[in-house]
Design a binder for this molecule. Structure first.
Ligand code: FAD
Length: 500
């Protein structure tokens, strides 16, 4: 057996996590919770370099991750000053002064032959239906700034959280399970000339840290997967124009809403993420379409509270590494790729990579078939999310050059097919294992302005009276539930917060 195969077959006992942002500490928490007794886990981070400092809106899958780690929700929310999130409010996206909400949860009730959108479409034609969103509990609750945990997980939600506090929280968690944190700057990565595997990383103190498995969580720098192993980066900027962001924290004014606000601008969009103690703000823009100063001025001109810092500019290339696992290095987080934050999918992808790694953990040595499977699953997952994000840009009625160019671009065939199918038939099919379910695609397609030309004939089997009763009963039940919910702000204060 040659030396290369021997290296791959080496049992994994020493795990080195390079980087301690959200990705690094989520990886440390999960690996240590499950395998902390068997492994030596070290995490290297540099206070001087710091983290990207954004990434504060999540999606409901984070609850699954926390369940796996047996994290107490009240404790986690108190420590990360978190609030609840029921969806994203898209303002001015389809066109100026036209808004919609992409909410979590389901809308209406499906028939096995046809989704609820077909019945709603028929109801709309007959003048019997109101807005599509009126048939979704989470959406109606978010519009009225209300929230409560409901029995049987009756309310689908996620969190807005303080990213730095989250990393601190997970650090404490991981250290309880034996993770050793090492402060220092990585200045070199040594690979074996024979096998190409990483042998060690060297810190500015001169210390060498050897490992069997390296997890690259060094953010956009991608010190291991990119700089040392030279794994190529697939650039998707032909579809995703945004390559820059500026982030800024402001004081809270008013109650925290259970929605991420996403406000479109002529050259990008702006976010507002309400936490218990402050609001996270930022603008995401295309440097091909606007000067940085102009984008910053647009951000500063549209914030509600006192700025707590100067805006921090972040540059990125939308895309994905061609391999996220190579040899004995797995890239997790921004080192593996970044689309853009419009649907808050990055933390979800971190979580998916970690869970996938746990499922294929190479305790007895790395198996190339696992590596190939890991890479294939990762790229399919990201491609579906990429398509969903591109949809937000492709379908719009805005007049500015940025939006016109987005409308005119040729999108991936997989996305064009979904758009055509929905426009022609009202049908949406979820691809196995894809993140966004039918209701997400429908809300965004309708919200951006695609109205199907027809509906499924099952909806025509209902007469007007029956359809009206069907739609009215769903809406009536939702209105009744929402009327009984407390205000989101009051609920957060009682559940996990400090009263204002
Ligand atoms: P980082 O936070 O950059 O951490 C990198 C770590 O590596 C740090 O600890 C750093 O000190 C360390 N490091 C780097 N170089 C060295 C070195 N030489 N030596 C030692 N240590 C080193 N995601 C969401 O899910 N929701 C959102 O709302 C969202 N919004 C975003 C908005 C913007 C503008 C951007 C750019 C991203 C957003 N993301 C969002 C993505 C999210 O921020 C990241 O996925 C998440 O923070 C994880 O980042 P990371 O840990 O990979 O990298």
């Amino acid at each position: 057996m040659d030396k290369g195969l021997n290296d791959m077959k080496k049992p994994v006992r020493r795990v080195v996590i390079a980087g301690g942002g959200t990705a690094g500490w989520m990886a440390a928490a999960c690996i240590s919770k499950v395998l902390g007794k068997q492994l030596d886990i070290r995490l290297v981070e540099s206070d001087e370099i710091g983290t990207v400092g954004v990434g504060e809106a999540t999606i409901p899958t984070l609850l699954n991750f926390h369940n796996l780690l047996e994290i107490n929700e009240q404790e986690f929310m108190a420590e990360t000053k978190a609030t609840f999130k029921l969806g994203i409010s898209f303002e001015n996206w389809r066109d100026v002064n036209q808004d919609y909400i992409h909410s979590f949860g389901l809308t209406g009730t499906d028939h096995w032959t046809a989704g609820f959108q077909h019945f709603w479409h028929k109801g709309r034609e007959r003048g019997l239906a109101s807005d599509y969103g009126d048939y979704c509990l989470e959406l109606r609750a978010s519009q009225q700034n209300k929230f409560a945990h409901l029995p049987h997980n009756g309310m689908n939600y996620a969190y807005h959280l303080d990213a730095s506090a989250y990393a601190r929280y997970l650090r404490k968690f991981s250290e309880r399970f034996g993770v050793q944190r090492i402060e220092g700057k990585i200045v070199d990565v040594t690979t074996s000339a024979l096998t190409g595997q990483i042998r060690s990383i060297t810190l500015d103190s001169g210390v060498d840290i050897e490992g069997d498995l390296f997890i690259d969580c060094t953010g956009f720098r991608a010190l291991l997967i990119g700089q040392a192993l030279k794994v190529a980066y697939q650039d998707w900027s032909q579809w995703l124009f945004n390559d820059s962001a500026a982030a800024l924290q402001t004081a809270s004014v008013g109650d925290a809403v259970p929605l991420t606000r996403s406000i479109a601008h002529p050259f990008g969009w702006q976010w507002r993420i309400p936490l218990q103690h402050r609001v996270g703000n930022g603008i995401v823009f295309s440097s091909r379409h606007v000067e940085q100063d102009q984008a910053l001025a647009a951000l500063m001109g549209n914030i509600a509270g006192e700025p707590l810092m100067k805006p921090r500019v972040i540059k990125f290339t939308p895309g994905q590494r061609t391999q996220v696992w190579k040899g004995n290095c797995v890239a997790v987080g921004l080192s593996s790729g970044f689309l853009e934050p419009i649907e808050s999918t990055s933390i979800h992808l971190i979580q998916r990579s970690i869970i996938r790694l746990m499922q294929m953990f190479p305790t007895d040595g790395i198996v190339q078939a696992d590596v190939d499977e890991f890479n294939a699953q990762s790229s399919h997952e990201v491609e579906h999310i990429r398509d969903f994000i591109i949809l937000h840009y492709k379908v719009n009625n805005r007049v500015e050059p940025y939006w016109q160019a987005a409308r005119d671009m040729q999108v991936p065939a997989s996305l064009q097919h979904r758009i055509d199918l929905f426009r022609e038939t009202g049908r949406v099919f979820r691809v196995p294992n894809e993140l966004f379910a039918e209701n997400s695609w429908i809300q965004v397609m309708l919200g951006q302005g695609i109205m199907p030309l027809r509906h499924h004939q099952t909806a025509d089997l209902m007469g007007d009276a029956e359809l009206s009763h069907f739609l009215g009963a769903i809406k009536g039940q939702i209105d009744k539930t929402v009327a009984g919910l407390p205000a989101h702000q009051a609920y957060v204060e009682r559940y996990c917060g400090v009263p204002k």
